[in-house]
Design a protein around this ligand. Structure first.
Ligand code: UD1
Length: 419
């Protein structure tokens, strides 16, 4: 296992290029199962989650070839079983369920693992697939969906915490090959859902309304191969923006899409961070005084849960009290106890973390527990005096392409060491 050893106290300065979005590429890779023809994706980030998904596609029978930052998938023949060994490492693997049902009308997928951030049910995915006519059963850790005939229908996919991103993706991917018209009400509006719809439409699907809470899908007989460039990763961009602000640096994010980052930009500006941007780049300056703010995570276009932990680190540096409320995933505060080891003053009250700032952080060994918590610990390490060792960085490698190299290019002292 590897750790990151960080010597903190240096402002991040320079330019960083944002990679393709993990949460867009995973369902899009799954969607390549919907056609026999080859599909090529460009701007695919080199992440272990992407490698896992490529392995799953290969095990399902597809030919998968990586070349540079592109991946070509040709799913000539596909089988409908994804075993526990394949899917256990990554929650995102559940998004093969919809395309396998659409293509084969019969799929059996092991219930997935993934980040430990509260309970992560798939009841809404199954509700949507049932609405399309699938018979759903759960046996010995597998979910099996069968539908000799898939028929479009109207469904409501809102849950306790709002819409579901991968649930919306799964239903969309099954419905593109169903007979008739499907309408998803309370669909997730995330840019990654829009990217998937764009990909599917390029393949010949008929989807409208993606990016709004009502998505309409008119089923078609078959789909064909396409080339597609994945959208930039808004969470990676948010992470570097917060890191620039927290270290009081100045960083320009290249090849990002500020239009996907309104909630993050707005919050950072409220904190006192100066941001300028054009269509595909954004400069973040953290030299002014920081102010404490309250943050509540919400489905898109609200403040993203995947950037909550990072923002909490920034709030440890702002004088006053900040309330950070998590409304998407319960118990997504695993980073709090580790941040406390660096000197942060944070108390949890139900879904809210109360952050008292400004505190001087001092380096210590810390343990990463999930992907975004790990990113927060890295930012904290960049801010802290002295040396911070972030252990178990395999979580980071799931979702941040070459984060250590990118940080070094911004002037940070970061080393990857084997334990
Ligand atoms: C995706 C992202 C993840 C992000 C999350 C929310 C990927 C690979 N992962 O995860 O990084 O944090 O969106 O933006 O794209 N829920 C149910 N029943 C369901 C499904 C979800 O109750 O069937 C609940 C969840 O417990 C959670 C909320 O709905 O409280 C949102 O989850 P969801 O949008 O489904 O997250 P994912 O798609 O798994």
């Amino acid at each position: 296992m590897y750790s990151l050893v960080i010597r903190g106290g240096r402002p991040l300065e320079g330019e960083v290029t944002i990679s393709g979005a993990k949460n867009a590429v995973l369902p899009i890779l799954a969607a390549t199962l919907l056609t026999r023809e080859p599909c090529t994706l460009r701007r695919v980030p080199a992440l272990s989650d992407v490698t896992f998904m490529m392995r799953i596609l290969t095990a399902l029978g597809a030919k998968v070839r990586a070349h540079g930052d592109a991946v070509t998938v040709e799913a000539g023949r596909v089988k409908g079983i994804a075993t526990y060994d394949l899917v256990r490492k990554m929650r995102g693997s559940i998004c093969v369920l919809g395309p396998l049902l659409g293509r084969l009308r019969d799929a059996k997928v092991s219930l997935p693992g993934g980040c430990v951030i509260g309970s992560r049910p798939i009841d809404l995915h199954l509700k949507g697939l049932r609405a399309l006519g699938a018979d759903v059963s759960i046996q010995q850790g597998y979910v099996r969906v069968r539908a000799p005939r898939l028929a479009g229908s109207e469904m409501f996919l809102g849950g306790r915490a709002g819409p579901t991103v991968l649930g919306t993706a799964n239903v969309m991917m099954a419905a593109v090959l169903a007979e008739g018209v499907t309408t998803i009400q309370s669909a997730a509006c995330e840019p990654e859902v829009v990217d998937l719809a764009d990909f599917l439409n390029a393949m010949g699907a008929r989807i409208s309304g993606a990016g709004s809470p009502t998505i309409t899908i008119t089923g078609v007989g078959e789909l064909h191969g396409v080339e597609h460039e994945v959208i930039p990763d808004r969470i990676e961009a948010a992470t570097f923006a917060v890191a620039a602000a927290a270290t009081r640096g100045e960083v320009t994010l290249r090849r990002c899409r500020p239009e996907h980052l309104h909630a993050v930009i707005d919050k950072l500006q409220e904190v006192g961070v100066r941001i300028t941007h054009n269509r595909n780049s954004m400069t973040v300056r953290g030299d002014a005084a920081l102010r404490s703010v309250d943050v509540t995570t919400q489905p898109y276009a609200g403040y993203p849960t995947d950037a909550q932990a990072q923002m909490m680190v920034l709030m440890t540096q702002a004088p006053g009290i900040s309330l950070i409320t998590e409304r998407v995933f319960e118990a997504r505060f695993m980073h709090v106890s580790e941040l406390a080891r660096l000197g942060a003053d944070i108390t949890i009250e139900g879904p809210t973390a109360i952050v008292k700032g400004a505190t001087a952080l001092s380096g210590a060994p810390v343990m990463a527990s999930d992907l975004r918590a790990s990113a927060a610990l890295v930012i904290a390490g960049l801010v802290a005096e002295g040396q911070t060792t972030v252990k178990r960085i395999y979580h980071l490698d799931r979702g941040y392409e070459k984060i250590d190299e990118k940080l070094r290019r911004l002037g940070a002292s970061v080393r990857r060491v084997r334990d």
